[in-house]
Design a protein around this ligand. Sequence first.
Ligand SMILES: Cc1cc2nc3c(=O)[nH]c(=O)nc-3n(C[C@H](O)[C@H](O)[C@H](O)COP(=O)(O)OP(=O)(O)OC[C@H]3O[C@@H](n4cnc5c(N)ncnc54)[C@H](O)[C@@H]3O)c2cc1C
Length: 402
Amino acid sequence: MNCKTCAIMSGFGGAGAFSDGKYNITNNFGGTLYEYIGKETAIELMNYVDEINVKFGGEGTKMYSTSGTHIKKLCMQNKLNLLDASVRHLGTDINYVVLENLYAKLKDTVEFRFNCHVDDVEAIDGGYRVITKDGVDECKKCIVSVGRSGSKWMEKVCENLDITTKSNRVDIGVRVELPAVIFSHLTDELYESKIVYRTEKFEDKVRTFCMNPNGIVVNENTNGIVTVNGHSYEDPAKQTENTNFALLVEKHFSEPFKDSNGYGESIARLSNMLGGGVLVQRFGDLIRGRRSTPARIAESFLTPTLSAEPGDLSLVLPKRILDGIIEMIYALDKIAPGTANDDTLLYGVEVKFYNMEVKLDEHLETKHKGLYVIGDGSGVTHSLSHASASGVFVAREIAEEV
Ligand SMILES: Cc1cc2nc3c(=O)[nH]c(=O)nc-3n(C[C@H](O)[C@H](O)[C@H](O)COP(=O)(O)OP(=O)(O)OC[C@H]3O[C@@H](n4cnc5c(N)ncnc54)[C@H](O)[C@@H]3O)c2cc1C
């Protein structure tokens, strides 16, 4: 906490710069872009961006697909639903190369201003005024693309420009780490499997998220609150013997509560209060109702890839969420025996914050003509593929008009 910023969420490449570079081509998750531009256009644009990724450094990477896999049937037989998708895994290392190559290509034709926070966007006669510490720029068309790190800023801008927003969802859970061999039959074929489970007790939806075969678990610092995340490298020399993925429980709120992200932050703060950061617990300790200790972690057959404070996640996560996670671990154990082993590690908490949704039309344009919002900052997308597709969509719309 309080460490110097590692810019994991900001700067050139945004949150994507140090991401795992899993580029999912699907309308089944990663955002709801298709609701605005149609399913076919969304997939066409995601494929187009994939071609660019391949051309600019990703040519040696692999595209995985769920099509025709026997794992779908195995999941269904065990009350699990495997979502259809194709995914290219660039990996954190190749992802970085792609960004470098894209920058080299663009730098002579696009004016980049780094370390230049946009303080405000104002509507003026016939266009927009963009205010930064360097001065004021005026334009007829303005595309806002501030990602998750700009969510609070976006909210303020929408308020000032009287643009409607809504926010009612947060996903809360843990990051699971286990020996890579336990999931290898899934990860070798699919790389990432997005599996959804409906709990028997509460009929809540729990899903796997951000699977990192042979990867590492990392801290994520959002405005001083430390949560957990994961990634992996394409380079075999940097790979570990563990696989990690998140198990997240969807939490939707109804009126009058509006601050779903605040709720998620409060839970993350609790783990930070108890552990000074992220907590880690063996599944066996959680089930037996006792905290994990450094000695119990050291004795286990699994070496953690993140140094986190051994503790008790049941003191942090609400019962309903914890029950959902435990149920899902037992369900996954049926398709990947060993998932529910005592030594499986759970890091907490992982929170998936959703930007509030900005009211946009089918052009991704706000009620102000010429003001567009794309990517995760719009609340419409939550992934690399949907975010980049939304950018190409608006660029093409404007190019056509011009
Ligand atoms: C660790 C990690 C791993 C991830 N792994 C994956 C993955 O494998 N696959 C996947 O699909 N997604 C992944 N994601 C999510 C993915 O990175 C985002 O969905 C994607 O980057 C969204 O793109 P964006 O352009 O909308 O926003 P961002 O990438 O967040 O970019 C927004 C940019 O706006 C800038 N900004 C914000 N506010 C202002 C302001 N006021 N003035 C000027 N600039 C501003 C920020 O500095 C940033 O550069 C991961 C995220 C993280 C953090």
